[in-house]
Ligand binder design. Sequence first.
Ligand SMILES: NC(=O)c1ccc[n+]([C@@H]2O[C@H](COP(=O)([O-])OP(=O)(O)OC[C@H]3O[C@@H](n4cnc5c(N)ncnc54)[C@H](OP(=O)(O)O)[C@@H]3O)[C@@H](O)[C@H]2O)c1
Length: 350
Amino acid sequence: MTQQCRIALAGLGGVGRATAQLLLSRRAQYRARYGVDVLLVAACGSRAGVMDAAGLEPDRLDHLEEGLTGADFIAASEADVLIEAGPSDFRTGGPGLPYLREALAAGRDAIVISKGALVFDGRALRDLAGSSGSLLKLSGATAAALPTIDLLNHNLIGCRVLGIEGILNATTNFLLDAMIHRGLGFAEALRQAQAAGFAESDPRNDVEGWDTACKLLILANFGLGADLAIADMAVTGIDKLGEDQLRDWRDQGLAPKLIGRLWREGEGFKASVGVHAYPPSDPFALVAGKNKAIRIATDLMGEVVAMGCGSEPMATAAAALKDFEHILAIRSGHAKPYGHLPLVGGNSSS
Ligand SMILES: NC(=O)c1ccc[n+]([C@@H]2O[C@H](COP(=O)([O-])OP(=O)(O)OC[C@H]3O[C@@H](n4cnc5c(N)ncnc54)[C@H](OP(=O)(O)O)[C@@H]3O)[C@@H](O)[C@H]2O)c1
């Protein structure tokens, strides 16, 4: 790696801007730790952007020029690393897909925050990265501040992962908590989550279980070498829970959670999303409000549980920049990359 690392950012919403702000505030830290000057050389939204080979300061992000956007714009910046923070659309791949294809084909390292492209075309993106030697990092797309993909790719490496259970969506955990412990109806709980600014105005991806399914699929495919497709997964959300069911759980002292579950079957994996109710003795029963959690069962390291959350959008920005430091460590010779896992077979054939 040269003494400079040039970054391009696609997506300037809450997460993209928080990532730019945090990245620029840490430049001295990167220089001291890795001996690298980090420059933000390009940034864009859907219609406008800004580019400067000498590096952008934070105030330049408030002065975008119409028309400076798209994968060709990012390519022209000659960035070493792309941070992709656009909207997520797993049915089409979303606007992130062309950015990622271009970056990985050109040998740029990529940090992905949106899930759409990874779900829609993950195998091809993984293959592109493998053949060009790009690093493809995706903490932001796999529950962000909650460590998930790094547990699989680093902390548990060498073990055989037997299964995963995850509370991977903050909005649904908040809603279930409010319905069980505060006795709110679904509509009022959702209204409060939207008023607090963390539930989407169109909450269907969250409450119907698709956001959880996407995160689990990315974890399986990129963390375990699986080859799952979203159509292979049985997905049920929390939108159709009846008051009787909620009352039963409440009366029995159980804590219902929207769970993404992955298990081995034959040579491959199976996955599903649905509500499970946990007794108070289970660590998942303690995952309150907007928190998330993951439990990974392994052959030799037993069960590992992580839980928590940070304040958004800075928590997701920090997770993306954790990925960036892993890239800096590898490219500056402080660490060696882990290889891309081979495919071990999808659940459709097992
Ligand atoms: N918010 C969170 O807490 C959180 C947590 C984890 C992951 N994420 C993921 O992070 C991503 C960004 O979230 P957000 O809350 O920042 O979303 P957001 O506020 O809706 O911002 C999306 C940004 O993407 C831009 N965009 C749309 N099409 C584009 C294109 N073709 N080229 C370049 N930029 C384009 C938009 O541009 P305009 O400004 O021009 O519309 C906007 O700046 C999402 O995929 C989300 O799922 C979010």
